[in-house]
Design a protein around this ligand. Structure first.
Ligand code: WT7
Length: 633
C-alpha cells in the first residue's frame, strides 16, 4: 500500500487517474471487510451523489482494533501525556484499548444507544475521548464531537441540528493553568435540547458538578455495572460502507456551521492509505499529532487513520506553552517521538520564545515532520526544518479540509522533494484543477486560480447533515461538475501546488475555521450594536486575526467597556477562539447602492493597505470609507 520511490508515486498516480476503481479496490483489499463490495464507485457531482464500495459491510473499529490483536496486541496504541507534566502518563496497548472500547460500547448500549443514533461528545483530550469515539463506531452510533473550547450555545446548535439523544462529557478539562467546567457548559446547553435523554460524565478534574436525576450518570459507575454484568466483549455492528460514521461541524461563509458527514468504508480506506503513505509510517514508530480530537485532524490522524495502520499515537492533553514553551520538545524527548505532526500557528508561537527553550532537548529521535491547518510561511518552515528537524527530516505539508476527510495535496515523506510553503503534489487518487472566476480551467504551470477537485475520492464528504441542498450549493454549484474547496492556489513551474488561502468569507485563525457571518451574528446580539462586518488581517502568530468593524452608539459612551462586552458576547455565543482581536467603532459600513457591504474595502483597511482601495465607484457613501480609514487600528 506504500509507495516507496518517486517513480512508484508516479505510477500509482497515473493508475489512480486512468483506472480509479481498480486503484482503490486494490487499496481497499488491505482492509478487513465483513463483506466485499458489489461496485467500487458510483458518482455524480450534480446532486451530488457519491458512493464508494457499495454493498460492502464492515466495522471500522475491527480495522482499528481487533485485527491488530493477534500479532500486535501488546503494541502501544495510545500514549497519553497529561496537561500537568508531574502527573503520570498512560499507555494503552491495542489489547487494552480494544477492551475499553468494548466495555464502553456496552455502557452506551445499557444507556439506550442504538445503531444510527447521534451522540454528542464534548470531552477533554484524555484517552476516554478516543474510547468514546470508537465505542460509538463499534455499535454503529454516529458521533458528533464538539471541540472543548466551544460555548454552550454552539453545542446546543449542534445537538439540535443532529438531533442527538446522548451526550458524553467530563466534569472539567485542564488547559495549561485553566480549568474548563465542561459539564456545567453542557448543562447550560441542554436547557435548549429536549432530545437529550442521557448524559454520561467522566471524572477528570473533580470540578464540582450537579447531576440531574434520571438524565446524568457517571462514566465510572456505568463501567462498574458492565463489569458486574460480565459484559466485556462487544461484537462490532455490521455497517454498510455508506452508513454514516460521524458528523463534524465546520464553518462556512454563510449561516450556522454545517454538519459534514463522513461514511464508514471510504473514510476508513482513505485515512488509512493517506496516513500510511504521507508519513511512510513504519511499525514501531512513535507518532505525535498535536491536534485535538475535536477537529478533523484528530478524527482522521489521531484516531482512525493511525489506528487502522496499527500505529502508536501520542495524545497530549495540554497546550504547547505550559508549563513552558519547551513542552512539545519534552514530550518528543520523553517518548522518543519519530513523527511530529503539528500546525504553523504552534510553530510560530514556539519560535517567538527564542531558541533557548530548545537547549538540552534531545530531538534526535525525530525523522519526519508534518504541518497542517494553514499555509506555512517560509520563516516558520525553515525554523521547523533547521531547529526541530536538524535539516534531515522531510516536512510533510498536508493540505486538506474537514470535507475531504484526509490529506489531498501533500508530499510523501522522503519520496517527494519538498519546497518551503508548498503542499507539493496531489496524492494518488486526487485530481486537482485550477479554474478562473467563470469556471474555465487554467491549464499549464506557473498559474493561479481557484482550487477545485474534479473526481471523487473515497474520503470525501457525502452530505451536510439534514440539508443535502446546502452541501450541493456550498461545494458543487460554484463550478459545474467540480468540488470547490474555497481555497486559492498557485501551481508553479514544476507543477507544485501552493495554497494561498481562502477566497471566501471564511477566516483561518490559528488553524481554526471561523465564518465571518457567524462572528457578525454573535456581535450583533450585543444590545448596543446596530450592525457589524468582520474580516481577517495578517497576524504574526495566529496567521489571521479577527478584525471587527462595529456600528454602535457605544462610540459615544464608554468605548472600552462596550469593546470588552462585545468580546464577551462572542465568547459566549461561539467560543473564545472566535473573539475579535480588534474592534473598530464606526458610524457606518461601506455599502453598495443595493446595500451589500463591500468587504474588499474593509479587508484592505484591516490589512493596513489603504493606498489603493480599488474601484469604489459603486459606493453609496464614500465619506464612510474616509472615516474608517482614519480610525483604523
Ligand atoms: C482549510 C480547511 C484539514 C485539517 C485542518 C483544517 C486551510 C489546511 C493547509 C495547508 C494551506 C491549509 C485551507 C483549507 N489549510 N491545511 N497545509 N496549507 N492551507 O481543517 O478547518 O476544515 O480547514 O484550512 O484553507 O481550506 P479545516
Amino acid at each position: 500500500m506504500q509507495v516507496k520511490t518517486f517513480e512508484e508515486y508516479q505510477q500509482a498516480y497515473t493508475k489512480s487517474v486512468e483506472q480509479p476503481e481498480q486503484f482503490w479496490e486494490e487499496i481497499a483489499n488491505h482492509f478487513q471487510w465483513k463483506k466485499k463490495w458489489d461496485k467500487v464507485l458510483e458518482w455524480n457531482f450534480k446532486e451530488p451523489n457519491v458512493k464508494w464500495f457499495q454493498g460492502a459491510t464492515l466495522n471500522i473499529t475491527e480495522n482499528c482494533l481487533d485485527r491488530h490483536l493477534e500479532k500486535n496486541g501488546d503494541t502501544p496504541a495510545i500514549i497519553w501525556e497529561p496537561n500537568d507534566p508531574t502527573e503520570d502518563h498512560r499507555v494503552l496497548t491495542y489489547k487494552q484499548l480494544h477492551d475499553k472500547v468494548c466495555q464502553f460500547a456496552n455502557v452506551l448500549k445499557n444507556n439506550g444507544a442504538k445503531k444510527g443514533d447521534r451522540i454528542c461528545i464534548y470531552m477533554p483530550m484524555v484517552p476516554e475521548l478516543a474510547i468514546a469515539v470508537l465505542a460509538c463506531a463499534r455499535i454503529g452510533a454516529v458521533h458528533s464531537v464538539v471541540f472543548g473550547g466551544f460555548s454552550a450555545q454552539s453545542i446546543a446548535d449542534r445537538i439540535k441540528d443532529a438531533e442527538c439523544n446522548i451526550v458524553i462529557t467530563a466534569d472539567g478539562s485542564y488547559r495549561g493553568t485553566k480549568e474548563v467546567p465542561l459539564k456545567s457548559v453542557i448543562d447550560d446547553a441542554l436547557v435548549q435540547c429536549p432530545s437529550i435523554k442521557r448524559v454520561i460524565v467522566l471524572t477528570r478534574s473533580r470540578t464540582p458538578v450537579s447531576m440531574i436525576k434520571g438524565r446524568d450518570v457517571w462514566w465510572e459507575d456505568e463501567i462498574k455495572k458492565v463489569e458486574t454484568q460480565g459484559n466485556v466483549e462487544c461484537p462490532a455492528e455490521e455497517m454498510d460502507a455508506e452508513d454514516m460514521l460521524f458528523i463534524l461541524y465546520t464553518s462556512g461563509s454563510t449561516g450556522k456551521p454545517k454538519g459534514v458527514v463522513h461514511t464508514c468504508g471510504g473514510y476508513m480506506v482513505y485515512t488509512g492509505y493517506t496516513f500510511s503513505n504521507a508519513f511512510q509510517y513504519q511499525p514501531g514508530e512513535i507518532y505525535f499529532c498535536t491536534a485535538d480530537i475535536g477537529w478533523i485532524t484528530g478524527h482522521s490522524y489521531i484516531a482512525y487513520g493511525p489506528l487502522s495502520q496499527g500505529a502508536t499515537v501520542v495524545m497530549f492533553e495540554g497546550i504547547p506553552t505550559w508549563p513552558n514553551a519547551g513542552r512539545f520538545w519534552d514530550i518528543v524527548e520523553k517518548f522518543k517521538v519519530n513523527i511530529l505532526y503539528t500546525a504553523p500557528t504552534a510553530i510560530r508561537s514556539l519560535m517567538s520564545f527564542g531558541d533557548d527553550v530548545l537547549k538540552g532537548k534531545d530531538l534526535s529521535s525525530l525523522t519526519k515532520l508534518g504541518s497542517v491547518g494553514e499555509p506555512i510561511n517560509e520563516e516558520a518552515w525553515h525554523w521547523f526544518d533547521e531547529k526541530i528537524g536538524h535539516g534531515n527530516c522531510p516536512i510533510v505539508d498536508t493540505w486538506w479540509q474537514t470535507e475531504t476527510g484526509g490529506f489531498m495535496i501533500s508530499p510523501i515523506a522522503g519520496v517527494t522533494k519538498t519546497k518551503p510553503g508548498y503542499a507539493s503534489l496531489p496524492l494518488p487518487g486526487v485530481q486537482p484543477i485550477l479554474v478562473d472566476e467563470n469556471g474555465k480551467e487554467i491549464e499549464g504551470n506557473g498559474v493561479n486560480g481557484n482550487l477545485c477537485i474534479k473526481f471523487p475520492w473515497p474520503g470525501m464528504l457525502r452530505t451536510t447533515y439534514g440539508d443535502h441542498e446546502r452541501c450541493r450549493t456550498t461545494y458543487f454549484t460554484a463550478y459545474e461538475n467540480l468540488y470547490f474547496t474555497g481555497d486559492g492556489c498557485l501551481r508553479d513551474e514544476d507543477g507544485y501546488y501552493r495554497i494561498t488561502g481562502r477566497v471566501d468569507d471564511v477566516l483561518n485563525v490559528s488553524g481554526h475555521r471561523i465564518g465571518t457571518a457567524e462572528v457578525e451574528n454573535a456581535i450583533n446580539m450585543h444590545s448596543s450594536v446596530v450592525e457589524s462586518a468582520v474580516v481577517g488581517y495578517p497576524h504574526d502568530i495566529k496567521g489571521q486575526g479577527v478584525y471587527a468593524f462595529v456600528v454602535s452608539p457605544g462610540k459615544h459612551g464608554n468605548e472600552e467597556l462596550t469593546r470588552k462586552d462585545i468580546i464577551m458576547t462572542v465568547s459566549r455565543i461561539i467560543g473564545p477562539i472566535a473573539k475579535p482581536d480588534k474592534i473598530q467603532f464606526v458610524t457606518g459600513l461601506p455599502k453598495t447602492r443595493s446595500g451589500k457591504i463591500m468587504r474588499r474595502i474593509l479587508r484592505k483597511i484591516a490589512e493596513g493597505d489603504t493606498g489603493n482601495l480599488g474601484d469604489t465607484s459603486t459606493l453609496l457613501d464614500p465619506a464612510v470609507v474616509e472615516e474608517i480609514k482614519n480610525g483604523a487600528l
